[in-house]
Design a protein around this ligand. Structure first.
Ligand SMILES: [Zn+2]
Length: 298
């Protein structure tokens, strides 16, 4: 990494830039979906070459989107983060150049005024904090951090299942303690052009992000879908869905709502080129790539 290609999209007067933390080699589909066989992946030729390998493994990505709207700079999801003890080996005690890349893309951490976590899973809150002299401090000191109220209530309760290390303790509570957090409703407006959209299931308070500007529209999925494969196979449950049935319902509703319309769908874990249209297909839907407006080589 370091030499990162920053994909960006213009939606009316809003600009959205993708800054990646992790991508790389293909992985077995079962890492995301217990029930996905290589044969199932191979059935959909349109997944290749960007989203699937010929052998049926999948490509994915962990990235943030920075939304520039009305003078604001909103970072959507903050990836895995550095120095964090995690149970998934590829995410454990990372030492990546994400913050440098973010600055290289034009967004030094101090310039971010809003952090939005679509949900409070390990790969969406990591860069909320960084380790300074043995303490977790807010990475974005001038930002308001928006967490869904419903989401916060779920993960801060005793009953919630935590299996990824102390995600709340190292990446969420320090933000609350610093007084930078704001708990928001699932349909909160962030600017005149950007608002949250409730998409519960993967987690109870999960939200997507809707962008509308000058007649153009986009939506950032969050984890209501993890891979374009789920356009064709919306019943395919992600291994980390808290409520798989609700997630399926939300996914089908989302795909029906945004298909065959000029709404740019930006997948939170979709490998480059990451953005596209959802269109009708022989079986359910498929994801049709939209080339980004411009991609600056850093
Ligand atoms: Zn995720």
């Amino acid at each position: 990494m370091g030499k990162e290609e920053f994909l960006s999209w213009q939606v009316g007067s809003v600009k959205i830039t993708r800054v990646a933390e992790l991508g790389g080699p293909p992985f077995p589909a079962t890492f995301m979906f217990h029930e996905a066989t290589p044969e199932l992946v191979q059935r959909y030729a349109w997944l290749r070459p960007h989203f699937a390998h010929e052998d049926g493994r999948l490509f994915g990505s962990i990235h943030s989107f920075v939304i520039e709207s009305g003078g604001r700079r909103i970072i959507v999801d903050t990836c895995v983060g550095n120095d964090k003890a995690r149970s998934i080996q590829a995410w454990n005690l990372l030492q990546g150049p994400f913050l440098a890349d973010l600055a290289l893309a034009g967004f030094p951490a101090e310039s971010i005024d809003t952090v939005l976590c679509t949900h409070l899973h390990v790969d969406h809150v990591g860069w909320n904090t960084r380790l300074v002299e043995g303490k977790w401090v807010p990475t974005f000191p001038n930002a308001r951090y928006l967490f869904g109220r419903r989401e916060w209530e779920h993960w801060s309760s005793e009953q919630a299942e935590h299996r990824d290390g102390d995600v709340m303790g190292d990446s969420v509570r320090p933000i609350i303690d610093a007084g930078l957090a704001k708990l928001v409703d699932m349909d909160q407006a962030l600017t005149a052009e950007v608002r949250l959209e409730p998409t519960p299931g993967h987690t109870p308070g999960h939200v997507s992000v809707r962008i509308s500007s000058r007649g153009e529209e986009a939506v950032i999925t969050g984890d209501l879908m993890h891979h374009p494969l789920q356009c064709a196979e919306p019943e395919l449950a992600n291994n980390f869905d808290v409520d798989a049935a609700a997630a399926r319902r939300t996914r089908r509703e989302f795909l029906a709502r945004y298909s065959n319309r000029p709404v740019l769908v930006l997948g939170t874990h979709f490998a480059p080129p990451t953005g596209g249209w959802v269109v009708d297909a022989e079986r359910n839907w498929r994801f049709e790539i939209v080339p980004p407006a411009d991609s600056d080589k850093a």
